[in-house]
Design a protein around this ligand. Structure first.
Ligand SMILES: [Zn+2]
Length: 119
C-alpha cells in the first residue's frame, strides 16, 4: 500500500506531516506517494521507557524505498528477533511515531490486520 508523504519542491526533503513550508529551505511542500515498504537497516530492543510506556519494544531504523531512513517502532516479529535486511511495511503512526510491521516469517507476507491499521 502506498504511503502519502510531503516532499519539498526546493530541496527534496520528505515530511510525514503537512506544513506550509519546508523547515530546511522554506520552499513549498507537495504531496507525494512512496511505496510504504522498506528493509531494516538497524534495530534495538528498548527496555527502559518513559512513564506508562510498554517495554520492551523494538525500535528500528528502516531504509524506506524512495524515502530514505526512517526511525520507528517495529511489531509483528513474534518470538524471534528481527534481522538486518528483513522486509517491513509502514503500518501507521503511534503518537506521531512511525510504526512498521514485519512480514510473517512462516507465510512470507504481511499480516492482514495491519492493512486496516495503515488507512
Ligand atoms: Zn526544502
Amino acid at each position: 500500500m502506498p504511503l502519502t508523504v510531503h516532499r519539498c519542491e526546493g530541496c527534496g526533503r520528505f515530511y510525514f506531516e503537512a506544513s506550509p513550508a519546508c523547515f530546511h529551505c522554506g520552499a513549498d511542500l507537495k504531496e507525494a506517494e512512496v511505496a510504504g515498504r522498506g528493509t531494516i537497516y538497524s534495530f534495538t530492543r528498548v527496555h527502559l521507557g518513559s512513564v506508562g510506556a510498554q517495554v520492551p519494544y523494538l525500535l528500528a531504523l528502516v531504509e524506506m524505498k524512495g524515502l530514505g531512513r526512517v526511525m520507528g517502532r517495529l511489531s509483528g516479529t513474534g518470538p524471534d528477533s528481527p534481522a538486518i535486511g528483513a522486509e517491513v511495511r509502514f503500518s501507521g503512526f503511534w503518537e506521531k511515531t512511525p510504526m512498521f510491521v514485519m512480514a510473517d516469517p512462516a507465510k512470507g507476507n504481511f499480516p492482514e490486520a495491519d492493512e486496516r491499521a495503515s488507512k
